[in-house]
Every structure is written in structure tokens, then in C-alpha cells.
Design a protein around this ligand. Structure first.
Ligand SMILES: NC(=O)C1=CN([C@@H]2O[C@H](COP(=O)(O)OP(=O)(O)OC[C@H]3O[C@@H](n4cnc5c(N)ncnc54)[C@H](O)[C@@H]3O)[C@@H](O)[C@H]2O)C=CC1
Ligand SMILES: CC(C)CC(=O)C(=O)O
Ligand SMILES: [Mg+2]
Length: 361
């Protein structure tokens, strides 16, 4: 039994729908196991721009700094697409990642047996896929200076790929530690045939390898890795890479599992942690009650495990998700012939019910 303070940032688009669905499951877990999950909401993204004229209000930041963990939906949408980059909803998310120093973004990609037909890959290629992308989250092109659009006769634009040695080393170490307790295989992804930042990245991976002699290391260029993930997904264990390559590769990995709506994530720092689905605010389906809440529900499971050390509670949620899929329930993004299509809330209710049954039995 414990008391845990969670900052809840629902955000934009499908954000509120999927977060509310995930909270149904969290509350049920709290009731069953006798935990007190104290939820406090904050504004972020487009909604915060509309109400507070900034994508990351100071009160939201304060709330997150005080919380034991943060649960986030997604930010962004067409309403704010014409704002300059530094005023957009996405800036709120980048701001909070930086302010909480969340340097390791864990994005597990797994193919559930029940969902094998939802994968666009052939069954024999997709089956057995179970890897985790460890994406650096506080540096790279997303934060590097100088940046901007300028004019000198014609318009030109600059973004800067920037990493310090310590930024690379801490995330690489984290990836080695994760690999060590999994299948002991680490793939480091870079573009060191072209970029100095990547050359430094590779050098540091080679140095850190000496401290983890039990882990096998492979280096792949990002273009090749994008191909290998589709060709031989089940051979990967832990993939470590920078902010932008990780962003792109994890969306690619999601599709192997059947849908972007399936992939959870944990963003970990030394003092704080934030949990959010890998996907965005999906404006094309927002407000329809059909978004897949599983990525967010599994993000809650990651929160219970990584932030609160509640391994049993976390595993019960994962098992409940698996069972509901085995029973044939699907949101539209993962549906196929012979399955029962349900909405966002119904999917969360079904998962809550399975949590209950697993705890009775
Ligand atoms: N972490 C975040 O808050 C992120 C925010 N974004 C923002 O989200 C907005 C939309 O971006 P997109 O490029 O369209 O990416 P997106 O991830 O929102 O959607 C891509 C596609 O996947 C589908 N999809 C995503 N999540 C789903 C779910 N849970 N269930 C069923 N289908 C789902 C969408 O309907 C869409 O067809 C943009 O403003 C973007 O900047 C994008 C990525 C991450
Ligand atoms: C700032 C976000 C929109 C970047 C993103 O796509 C992600 O973190 O997955
Ligand atoms: Mg992304």
C-alpha cells in the first residue's frame, strides 16, 4: 500500500480520451491493491496555448517537478500548425523533457501473438519480435543552437546536431544496463559515415563496451537499421540511438506490432520520469471515441514498474491487455476479420475487468 502523486497532462487531440481510459485501469489497480494514486491535472500543448498563451505554463512545470511521476497524452494539432516552431504545442513537450532532464526514452516494441495478423509484415518475419528502443531525449537536432530561418538574399534555415560526451555516455550506459538484464545484445544506431556527432557517439559506445563485456554490440548506420528492422525485427534486443533517429525508428517499430496505438514509452531521468504513448495527438480520429488506449495503458504499467517499483501491479496490466486481445477485442486500428471492434472506453473497461479477474484467481 502506498501513496503516489501523479501529474496528469492530457494534452490535445486524442490525448484526453486515451489518458482518461488509462486512468480507469489505474484506478481499478489502486482499489484492488490498496494504493492511493493522487492525480493532479496540468495544462500542456495547444490547450495551454489557448488558455495560458504558452505551451508549458510554469504551474504545469512546478506540478511535474513535485510529482512522483508524470502521465502525458499527446500534444499538437492543425489548429496550432501555423505558429512559429518555438510557440507550437510540441515546444511544451520538448520543454518538459528538458526541464525534468529525461534523457532515456524507453520504447518497447513487441508483437503480441493475438495481433500477428495486424502486422503488415509476414507472420514468420514479425513473430517473436520483442525489442526496446532507448532513445536519447535531451539533445540532438531538437535542441541544438543555432537554429532558425534566416534571410541573406534568399531564405535559409539552420538546425544544429549537438551532443556532449556526458549526454551520450549516460544514455549509452542505461542501454547497456537494460541489455544486460534482457538478451544481452545492443545495437547502436548512428550515421558515423557522414556526421561527426555520430562518430563521437560510436567512439563512446566502444569505450563503454569495455564495462559491459557480457553484452554483444553491433553498430548500424541509421539507413541500414531502418531496413533491418523490417527485414529481421526479431533479431533485435536493445537499440540505442539519438533523439531524432530514435523518434523515427520507434514509429517504424510500432507498425510491426500492428499499430502506433500499441506502443508505450517511459522517459527516465535520474530524478524524474514521464510516461506517454509513442504516438501523437491523432487529429484525424480525435473526438470519435475510437483511439486505441493500449499504448497509454501500457505506459501506466511502465510507470508502476519503473517509478513505483510495483512489479506485480504492472505485470497484471500487461497480462490483462494480452488476455483482452486473445479474447478478440480490438479498436479499429488493429481490427481484422472475425474480431470484435470496441471503442476507447470499452477497451479500457475490458482491460480493467481482466485485471480484476487476474487478481481474483
Ligand atoms: N508525443 C507527442 O505528443 C507527439 C505529438 N505529435 C503531434 O501530433 C499531431 C499529429 O501527428 P501525426 O504525424 O499525425 O502522428 P500521430 O501519431 O498523431 O498519428 C499518426 C497516425 O497514427 C494513428 N494513430 C496514432 N495514435 C493512435 C491511436 N492511439 N489509436 C489509433 N490510431 C492512432 C493516427 O490516426 C494517424 O493516422 C501533430 O501535431 C504532431 O506534432 C506527434 C508525435 C508525438
Ligand atoms: C516533440 C514530439 C512531437 C516529438 C515526437 O514525435 C516524439 O517524441 O515521438
Ligand atoms: Mg514521434
Amino acid at each position: 500500500m502506498g501513496v503516489y502523486k501523479i501529474a496528469v497532462l492530457k494534452g490535445d487531440g486524442i490525448g484526453p480520451e486515451i489518458v482518461e481510459a488509462s486512468l480507469l485501469v489505474l484506478k481499478r489497480v489502486g482499489e484492488i491493491f490498496g494504493h492511493d494514486f493522487v492525480l493532479e491535472e496540468g495544462l500542456i500543448g495547444g490547450k495551454a496555448i489557448d488558455e495560458k498563451c504558452t505551451p508549458l505554463p510554469q504551474e504545469t512545470l512546478d506540478l511535474c517537478l513535485k510529482a512522483d511521476a508524470v502521465l502525458l497524452g499527446a500534444v499538437g494539432g492543425p489548429k496550432w500548425d501555423n505558429l512559429p516552431t518555438d510557440k507550437r504545442p510540441e515546444k511544451g513537450l520538448l520543454g518538459i523533457r528538458k526541464a525534468l532532464d529525461l534523457y532515456a526514452n524507453l520504447r518497447p516494441a513487441k508483437v503480441y501473438t493475438a495481433l500477428i495478423d495486424a502486422s503488415p509484415l509476414k507472420k514468420e518475419i514479425a513473430q517473436g519480435t520483442d525489442f526496446i528502443v532507448v532513445r536519447e531525449l535531451t539533445g540532438d537536432l531538437y535542441y541544438g543552437e543555432p537554429r532558425g530561418i534566416f534571410r541573406n538574399g534568399e531564405r535559409y534555415a539552420i538546425n544544429t546536431m549537438h551532443y556532449t560526451e556526458s549526454q551520450i555516455r549516460r544514455v549509452v550506459r542505461k542501454a547497456f544496463e537494460i541489455a544486460r538484464v534482457r538478451r544481452k545484445k545492443l545495437t547502436s544506431v548512428d550515421k558515423s559515415n557522414v556526421l561527426e556527432v555520430s562518430a563521437l557517439w560510436r567512439e563512446i559506445v566502444e569505450e563503454e563496451k569495455q564495462n559491459f563485456p557480457d553484452v554483444d554490440v553491433e553498430h548500424l548506420y541509421v539507413d541500414n537499421c531502418a531496413m533491418q528492422i523490417i527485414k529481421r525485427p526479431s533479431t533485435f534486443d536493445v537499440i540505442v540511438t539519438g533523439n531524432m533517429f530514435g523518434d523515427i525508428l520507434s514509429d517504424e517499430a510500432a507498425v510491426i506490432s500492428g499499430s502506433l496505438g500499441m506502443l508505450p514509452s517511459a522517459s527516465l531521468g535520474d530524478k524524474h520520469a514521464l510516461y506517454e504513448p509513442v504516438h501523437g495527438s491523432a487529429p484525424d480520429i480525435a473526438g470519435k471515441g475510437i483511439a486505441n488506449p493500449i499504448a497509454t495503458i501500457l505506459s501506466v504499467a511502465m510507470m508502476l514498474k519503473y517509478s513505483f517499483g510495483l512489479e506485480k501491479e504492472s505485470s497484471v496490466i500487461e497480462q490483462a491487455v494480452e488476455r483482452v486481445l486473445q479474447m478478440g477485442y480490438r479498436t479499429p486500428d488493429i481490427s481484422s476479420e472475425g474480431t470484435t471492434v470496441v471503442g476507447t472506453t470499452e477497451m479500457a473497461q475490458l482491460i480493467s475487468k481482466e485485471v480484476e479477474k487476474l487478481c481474483e484467481g
